[in-house]
Design a protein around this ligand. Structure first.
Ligand SMILES: C[S@@+](CC[C@H](N)C(=O)[O-])C[C@H]1O[C@@H](n2cnc3c(N)ncnc32)[C@H](O)[C@@H]1O
Length: 362
């Protein structure tokens, strides 16, 4: 709350501009706050104390404040959108979720049109349909999706793209289809790292999202696509799902993936899923936090290795590797079409993770 108020009062902008320090009076006058209010009874001082103890500002002396990396980060478009999406759109759902569970008997939500989201917003629309009707929320959400990748190492920097995707790829066929890829920030990141690949790069998302794209390299094909309908891009080298399957129950994922497998060519096409691979033991704060967020927002959930294998096998795919950067729980699950329907089930315990060393911020 204090961070959101500080943003709304322009405190981060003021802090970031100073070359020495700012005072409470400076911070209060920015928004024409009554100077009498500085210090009493609620004030910039009260807000900035919260910021200081959480690393959003430094206190040089009594009443003198200087910026930190975090205060500067709070002036960036992508960070602001993430904060606003959480504060304005997601928090009201979180607030109502305990009441929802009291009334519905503590069942894990799996119907995207009847869940904490609909209870909080008094709607029968899924969050995706609702956002189409609420363009401000859609804009915040789409920008926050760009933001959540902004400061992390792009997967194309640590995933063995050359051996896993490019070697053996046929030049005049689609190379990579980013299914539900938002405004295209991720596939653009791929293009920037592999600018001279000959196969086509394709971005797919709902019409409202494709129409919300502000700028995107014209080399990336934009396709308005509902992934609950047949996949129109046939025989691509890879169908890439980043933070898609974690938004949906197994049943919904099976529909999405079956449309994908119908478009795949056996022995050539691959499915790449970029998501958390929740540890069986001692799951960490990031994956458990996101698990709660997707539960209340869209009835999704974060899966363990076993859950991923079961899901993919249920649609005729076999996991060929889990790529997990060292020290992280978010990685890439690679799957291909099963050779025969009789291929024996994979033994999850015997299945190793391919660990990759790289930047811990992933
Ligand atoms: C959590 S966001 C992930 C976006 C992007 N892949 C990323 O990682 O930043 C989920 C995306 O799925 C898209 N989506 C939701 N329902 C869809 C549907 N039925 N067909 C296609 N895309 C859909 C949303 O519009 C949104 O862009």
């Amino acid at each position: 709350m204090a961070v959101k108020i500080a943003h709304d009062m322009g405190i981060f902008a003021l802090l970031s501009q100073t070359t020495s320090f700012v005072t409470c009076e400076d911070l209060a006058t920015e928004k024409n706050a009554d100077v009498q209010l500085v210090g009493i009874p609620w004030s910039a001082e009260r807000i900035i104390r919260v910021l200081v103890c959480n690393g959003f500002a430094r206190e040089l002396n009594i009443g003198q404040y200087a910026p930190t990396d975090l205060s500067r980060q709070m002036t960036e478009r992508l960070t602001i959108a993430t904060m606003d999406s959480l504060f304005i759109d997601i928090l009201p759902v979180i607030h109502k979720t305990p009441e929802y569970f009291q009334k519905t008997g503590y069942k894990s939500p799996s119907d995207p049109t009847n869940s904490p989201f609909q209870y909080a917003y008094n709607t029968t629309d899924s969050c995706w349909d609702w956002m189409t009707q609420h363009q401000d929320a859609l804009g915040r959400f789409n920008t926050s999706m760009e933001g959540s990748r902004d400061r992390i190492v792009h997967w194309a920097q640590w995933f063995p793209v050359q051996t896993q995707l490019l070697d053996g790829a046929v030049a005049d066929r689609p190379l990579l289809v980013d299914v539900g890829g938002g405004r295209g920030h991720d596939i653009l990141g791929f293009m920037e790292r592999f600018p001279s690949t000959s196969g086509r790069l394709v971005l797919e998302d709902l019409p409202s999202v494709i129409e919300d794209i502000r700028s995107l390299d014209s080399g990336i094909w934009r396709v308005k696509h509902d992934f609950f309908k047949p996949q129109s891009v046939q025989g691509a080298r890879a169908y890439y799902f980043r933070h898609i399957t974690h938004d949906w129950s197994d049943e919904h994922c099976q529909t999405i993936l079956k449309h994908t497998t119908a478009a795949m060519e056996k022995g050539y096409s691959k499915v790449l899923i970029a998501d958390y691979i929740v540890p069986d033991l001692n799951a960490g704060p990031k994956e458990t936090l996101i698990d709660m967020a997707v539960m209340v927002w869209c009835t999704g959930f974060e899966r363990t290795r076993r859950r991923w294998m079961e899901l993919l096998q249920s649609v005729g795919l076999v996991v060929t590797n889990f790529w997990l950067p060292e020290g992280n729980t978010k990685g890439i699950i690679k799957a291909e079409l099963l050779d025969t329907p009789d291929t024996p089930e994979q033994d999850v315990e015997a299945y190793p993770m391919a660990r990759i060393s790289h930047d811990p911020n992933f």
